[in-house]
Write a protein that binds this ligand. Structure first.
Ligand SMILES: [Zn+2]
Length: 252
């Protein structure tokens, strides 16, 4: 047996045999030189093996270090990604909160501004409340808004239609076609001398909703809207409409 035939497999066999105690019986007839050579071979193999083990360990250590480094880098990257994600989430949450706040504030402002409105958008004020004159047997019971026939007439506030039709909706022929709306605050608004009525008794209307077209029906000196605020649905309970509108934030 010589070194040149000692391929790694044979070395392992020799080591295994020596370890098992069989080496002694095998070398019995071959002389001590073989035994010495065998021992040397074993020692070399052992050295080689330990070197290989050491090299492997070193490689493993390097690989481990590399792996640890890679893991650390990965972790750092993940941490960074998580931080980025958290920041993005935070930003999104802030954006959503702002959006929510805006959304929450908007309806309140809209509701407040739309509680009461002028019954016509563009007009000239003519006869005012309590004004005396040849047109009325008593003092004027409302506020007149001079507007062309066919001008949209809007509900001054939200409510329910309680009168709608000719003959002042039941209040008398002087009013012509008229509408009366009952409001949640206990007041009634009345619209008279209309050319066309767009609502019916019992109908719910919103503030600013078109309810009719203005006209010149009934006891009227010219195209205009006669507007009253009443404490009951009926004629004779009128308040100063300009003062009432002012009290609810509407200036005419
Ligand atoms: Zn009038």
């Amino acid at each position: 047996m010589s070194k040149r035939v000692m391929n790694p497999a044979a070395r392992i066999t020799a080591v295994a045999l020596a370890t098992a105690g069989l080496g002694a019986s095998l070398v019995a007839g071959a002389g001590s030189a073989f035994a010495a050579e065998g021992k040397a071979t074993i020692a070399t193999a052992a050295t080689g093996a330990s070197a290989a083990v050491a090299a492997q360990a070193d490689a493993q250590a390097q690989a481990a270090t590399k792996a640890v480094k890679a893991a650390a880098a990965k972790q750092a990257a993940a941490k960074q990604a998580a931080a980025k994600k958290a920041a993005a989430q935070k930003a999104a949450a802030q954006k959503a909160a702002v959006k929510k706040a805006v959304k929450k504030a908007a309806p309140v402002a809209a509701k407040k501004s739309a509680s009461w409105v002028k019954p016509v958008s563009s007009y000239t004020l003519t006869a005012s409340f309590n004004q005396g004159g040849a047109m009325w047997s008593h003092k004027h019971s409302g506020q007149d808004f001079a507007v062309p026939v066919g001008t949209p007439v809007k509900a001054a506030g939200a409510g329910t239609v309680v009168k709608a039709g000719p003959n002042g909706g039941g209040d008398g022929p002087a009013y012509g076609n008229a509408v009366v709306i009952k409001h949640a605050n206990g007041k009634y608004s009345q619209y008279a001398h209309l050319s066309k009525i767009n609502v019916g008794i019992g109908q719910k209307v919103g503030a600013g909703q078109k309810i009719a077209l203005s006209g010149n029906t009934g006891n009227s000196s010219g195209p205009h809207l006669h507007f009253e605020i009443r404490t009951t649905p009926n004629y004779g309970s009128a308040l100063n409409p300009a003062a009432f509108l002012r009290s609810v934030g509407v200036t005419i």
